[in-house]
Write a protein that binds this ligand. Structure first.
Ligand code: FES
Length: 175
């Protein structure tokens, strides 16, 4: 039986668009330039989800412990719940919504489908973003290396062996 999705935000996100002390942040998200006024305390995760409506990036623990919020910033994977939007002004952001090539899924997305590597599904987008990054970083050479480098993406569900199989399949297509 699939586990229930975890509770989302523990506290209201500071993403106000009115008031004093706002900062202007320019981002390029999934190839599209955007500019917004935001609270300097707003995380990248809340900005993506609540301001830009890119809800594929999930809020799991909101404390840097589960990897559900993983996105790429200038090619590096980061935990968006621990990253202030203002600190990545000018950066190139890739979220799960930006992986597919129009209707064609990214090889990692397809491999997760083929190997049923979804777990409960809630943290799948973070798993896929990490998996893509570790292949691109050349750190998916062996099963052990894949497990080690995916160890920051945690879910209570099983399916970890399927995820390793998916990464290996996608690695062959991506390289
Ligand atoms: S929501 Fe960011 S690590 Fe869990």
């Amino acid at each position: 039986m699939a586990a229930a999705a975890p509770a989302a935000a523990q506290s209201p996100a500071p993403t106000a668009t009115q008031g004093e002390n706002l900062v202007t942040v320019g981002l390029r998200v999934n190839g599209e330039r955007t500019r917004l006024e935001t609270d300097p305390r707003a995380t990248l995760l809340d900005t993506l989800r609540e301001r830009l409506r890119l809800t594929g990036t999930k809020k799991g623990c909101d404390r840097g412990q589960c990897g559900a919020c993983t996105v790429r910033v200038d090619g590096r994977r980061v935990l968006s719940c621990l990253t202030l939007a203002a600190s990545v002004d000018g950066a190139e952001i890739t979220t799960i919504e930006g992986l597919a090539d129009s209707e064609k899924l990214h090889p990692m997305q397809q491999a997760f489908i083929d190997h049923d590597g979804f777990q409960c599904g809630f943290r799948t987008s973070g798993q896929i973003m990490s998996a893509v990054a570790l292949v691109q970083e050349g750190r998916a050479g062996s099963d052990e290396e894949i497990r080690e480098n995916m160890s920051g993406n945690i879910c209570r569900c099983s399916a970890y062996p399927f995820i390793v199989d998916a990464v290996k399949d996608a690695r062959a297509v991506m390289s």
